[in-house]
Design a protein around this ligand. Structure first.
Ligand SMILES: [Zn+2]
Length: 412
């Protein structure tokens, strides 16, 4: 009888295919079209699960007396439900039992004050190179040395401050870890040394001077990944004084998590111009921002010279809203120049149209300089509960909470 022999190579192909199918089935095949019970999942697993299934995930956190921290309290899509396209999955994770002792120990107080730092120029100098106190480059300390700016950032970080975006602060989104405090950085005037471009690399990307403000901020982003490095730059019609790089600079800033705001077109004192000129100064700048950064800038104005100091001034309404060149604008917040920390965005005293800033300068700990303001903050700084969806405050501060606050309030 003739034996049928299957050639070796046929066997080889057959076995390879079989292994391939098994591997594919085990690792790549997805038939998870039914919602799982997430109660044993950790946060990272939930994120991955939602991503794999194409679900829009919304996580929130609450204290819970019996469910331990990190575990799921509830899921909006019940286990067993068939998953369909574009479903939203809301998951509430437990923060564990409200630990009053831990809150007291960390001094959690979301009614505390927030430092909004006001910088202008950063100069590539050491403090000893200047004729003025500390890191001041000029008499009033509007210009600061690179050395002093690095020391400022180090001091903020070491003292438990983590940066948040100005726009988030205004919106009441304070996302810093438990026990840490928010800080906001702002730069006025769009000076060249805010983001000095020294050339273009082989990929066509701009090269930024490591001793300019953004160069130093990027250095700290690498040094302390949990610092939340960001800043808002308030610019005038000249943008960053490097017209050949306008598009690239603005694109870089947005891509790297910075914000751009309005500092008027030519930096006038609002109390010395007509109402119509005020509209032009504000509106023309908004039009320019819109042209470069369609819907990506923040509708916030840093008032040149902090003027007017009073909201009752006739020109103030032109700052808040108007129509220039047939384009209407609305300003959501305005910033003053100086002189101390601002209140919590949840305080009933919070006024987005009148936000105070700390002038980032040195004066031997007097006259509202950096050291003075941070010393004052020790008494009443904002200290986070680590949960941006809820406000935690000592019982005695409850009467200061704004009635506009929609987040849940925890007192201890
Ligand atoms: Zn200015």
């Amino acid at each position: 009888m003739k034996k049928v022999r299957i050639k070796k190579w046929v066997w080889f192909v057959f076995v390879s295919l079989l292994i391939g199918i098994i591997v594919w089935f085990l690792f790549f095949h997805k038939d998870e079209t039914v919602m799982k019970d997430l109660s044993s999942f950790h946060e990272t697993e939930i994120k991955k699960y939602a991503e794999d299934l194409g679900l829009q995930l919304e996580l929130s956190y609450e204290y819970h007396d019996t469910i331990e921290a990190g575990k799921v309290i509830s899921q909006s899509i019940e286990a067993g439900t068939k998953i369909e396209d574009n479903m939203n999955l809301k998951v509430v994770l437990s923060l564990g039992k409200l630990d009053e002792e831990a809150l007291r120990e960390a001094g959690v107080n979301e009614m505390g004050k927030v430092p909004i730092m006001m910088y202008h120029g950063i100069h590539n100098l050491k403090n000893e190179d200047t004729d003025y106190i500390g890191g001041n480059v000029d008499k009033d300390g509007y210009q600061r040395t690179a050395e002093a700016f690095r020391n400022d950032l180090e001091m903020y970080y070491q003292n438990g401050y983590r940066m948040i975006r100005l726009n988030d602060y205004v919106d009441g989104i304070v996302d810093v870890p438990f026990g840490k405090s928010p800080i906001v950085l702002t730069f006025d005037d769009g000076l060249k040394n805010n983001i000095l471009v020294t050339g273009v690399d082989e990929n066509g990307e701009i090269i930024i001077d490591p001793n300019s403000a953004v160069g130093i901020l990027e250095e700290f982003k690498k040094k302390y990944p949990d610092f939340g490095v960001t800043a808002t730059f308030f610019i005038n019609g000249g943008l960053f004084e490097q017209p050949e790089y306008n598009e690239q600079i603005l694109e870089y800033l947005i891509e790297h998590g910075y914000d751009i705001g309005n500092h008027t077109y030519t930096h006038p004192d609002f109390t010395r111009i007509s109402y119509d000129t005020a509209v032009t100064e504000v509106g023309k700048m908004y039009v320019l921002l819109e042209q470069y950064l369609k819907d990506q800038y923040v509708p916030i104005i840093a008032l040149p010279y902090g003027s007017p100091y009073k909201k009752t001034h006739d020109n103030f309404s032109a700052i808040l809203s108007g129509t220039y060149d047939e384009v209407s604008y609305q300003t959501k917040a305005t910033l003053q120049v100086g002189w101390e920390s601002n209140v919590s965005p949840f305080s009933k005293n919070f006024d987005p149209q009148f936000i105070k800033r700390i002038r980032a300068y040195d004066n031997d700990g007097t006259e509202f300089d950096i050291a003075y303001c941070f010393e004052a903050l020790k008494k009443n700084r904002y200290i986070s509960d680590g949960n941006k969806n809820q406000i935690t405050i000592p019982e005695e501060n409850l009467s200061y909470v704004s009635e506009n606050v929609t987040l849940s309030i925890v007192t201890y």
